[in-house]
Design a protein around this ligand. Structure first.
Ligand code: URA
Ligand code: SF4
Length: 214
């Protein structure tokens, strides 16, 4: 089945899923979004307030910061697939519980298999735990590892870096390394290094967008 169709089927299943208690309080499930052939897949934790309202990943404050981080790697949101380990918002943004992670994992696995990205970037401690349980994010962030045949880079969660300014230089540096790591993964996977489109890195001199006057 083509990846797009598989992703659409998974999204339909998620939108009516009642496999864990998180469905009880959700407004909109956040199925994930991005191109079906994305080379980089980001895995966050779970929907927050705004994501639950809109049904889209990373649309609140941490989403704005994620956009800046992507720009640091010469990427735009439309280049990458963004998913979460749980698709429904945990009440009051509490950590997802092990049984919720387990229940939701089959959707995430289905998405990873359909997309088959060259690199998986986990954002934060909880999604890192899917690949390297018990690791310390402070010691392994930004380091690409091959785990079960997949290239995985654990990174800090953008929200953590927003709340702890001391983490900002690290998360910016980790994102800046992504293009190089992507080429490394492509080479190891025997995937051709072709730019699908020109990478547009914003110029420092770029003027902020003018507001229309009326
Ligand atoms: N934080 C996450 O981990 N995921 C989102 O989709 C939004 C915020
Ligand atoms: Fe289903 Fe995942 Fe939502 Fe739980 S969090 S109800 S497993 S979609």
């Amino acid at each position: 089945m083509p990846a797009v169709e598989t992703l659409e089927r998974i999204a339909r299943e998620i939108s009516v899923c009642t496999k864990c208690a998180l469905h009880e309080s959700r407004k909109k499930a956040v199925t994930g979004e991005g191109p079906a052939d994305a080379e980089i897949m980001f895995i966050g934790e779970g929907p927050g307030f705004h994501e639950n309202e809109q049904g889209r990943p990373f649309v609140g404050a941490s989403g704005k910061f994620l956009d800046q981080l992507l720009a640091q790697a010469g990427l735009e949101r439309s280049d990458v697939f963004i998913a979460n380990v749980v698709k429904c918002r945990p009440p009051a943004n509490r950590d997802p519980q092990p049984e919720e992670l387990l229940a939701c994992n089959e959707y995430l696995e289905g998405q990873i298999n359909a997309i088959n990205p060259s690199i998986i970037v986990t954002l934060g401690r909880i999604s890192m735990g899917k690949y390297v349980p018990g690791a310390k994010i402070t010691s392994i962030h930004g380091q690409m590892q091959k785990i079960d045949g997949k290239f995985v880079i654990p990174m800090y969660h953008p929200a953590a870096a927003l709340h702890q300014p001391a983490l900002r230089p690290s998360i910016l540096a980790d994102f800046a390394k992504l293009p190089e790591q992507l080429n490394e993964a492509r080479t190891a996977l025997g995937r051709p290094i072709v730019e699908k489109k020109k990478i547009t890195v914003p110029q420092k001199s770029e003027k902020p967008q003018q507001l229309s006057l009326f």
